[in-house]
Design a protein around this ligand. Structure first.
Ligand SMILES: Cc1cc2nc3c(=O)[nH]c(=O)nc-3n(C[C@H](O)[C@H](O)[C@H](O)COP(=O)(O)O)c2cc1C
Length: 202
């Protein structure tokens, strides 16, 4: 059976992380279910100039080579009857990237009020991987408590905090570092960032 992943993009800054993750996934023989919240669409438009379907945006880049067996399916965030809303829809994991503090709060309190938060809630109840990439700074106590609650319920909290020891030169290098950590969590091999082999004892 084809492997499936769910990607939620919400209204926090960092749409580039979500887009880069989707691109990485569809370069593999997998099915990707994308859900953008209303605010997520707005931030994507502002940060990436992306107004239409995600696939159209990716296809505009000549270096983009989707796998022939890959499928990208976009679901409206208010379609709470779409497949990812049900536990019977089997998939290999969901990533909410970027994850707004509103969506984090909803997920951590079981408030399944749209398709992003419902699909995340389903992951937690079905014990499927759920990776949240929350973005805000500074973090208030409510945000921190919500992260603890989500982690206690089984989510992985993966803040978009790039490291600098690999010598990033561009923004894309920083984005790739975070996408690499997400792919690690999904158990997917990649060559985005070289494996750390020590610093020679400097
Ligand atoms: C340009 C822009 C940037 C934003 N950045 C953030 C952010 O980094 N983190 C955050 O939690 N909310 C951010 N927000 C606010 C959220 O979009 C807002 O709380 C929204 O209700 C989130 O809805 P959602 O969780 O359904 O996507 C931003 C809003 C805009 C317009």
């Amino acid at each position: 059976m084809i492997r499936r992943y769910v990607v939620g993009l919400t209204g926090a800054s960092g749409a580039a992380y979500g887009l880069a993750l989707i691109r990485e996934l569809v370069e593999r023989p997998v099915e990707v279910h994308v859900i953008r919240s209303r605010a997520g669409r707005r931030v994507m438009a502002r940060e990436l100039g992306l107004a239409g379907p995600v696939m159209d945006h990716l296809a505009a880049d000549e270096s983009f080579k989707p796998h022939p067996q890959a499928r990208l399916i976009e679901h409206p965030a208010d379609d709470i009857g779409a497949p990812p809303a049900s536990g019977s829809f089997r998939h290999q994991g969901m990533v909410v990237v970027p994850c707004s503090m509103r969506t984090l709060a909803a997920i951590s309190s079981g408030l399944a009020d749209n398709l992003v938060t419902r699909a995340a809630d389903v992951c937690l109840k079905e014990k499927r991987p759920l990776i949240l990439v929350p973005r805000e700074t500074p973090l208030g106590l409510i945000h921190l408590n919500n992260m603890v609650r989500a982690a206690q319920a089984g989510a992985v909290i993966l803040p978009p905090s790039p490291a600098f020891y690999h010598g990033p030169q561009t923004i894309q290098d920083l984005v790739r570092f975070i996408v690499a950590r997400i792919l690690d969590q999904l158990g997917l091999e990649h060559q985005l960032v070289e494996e750390w082999s020590g610093d020679g004892g400097l």
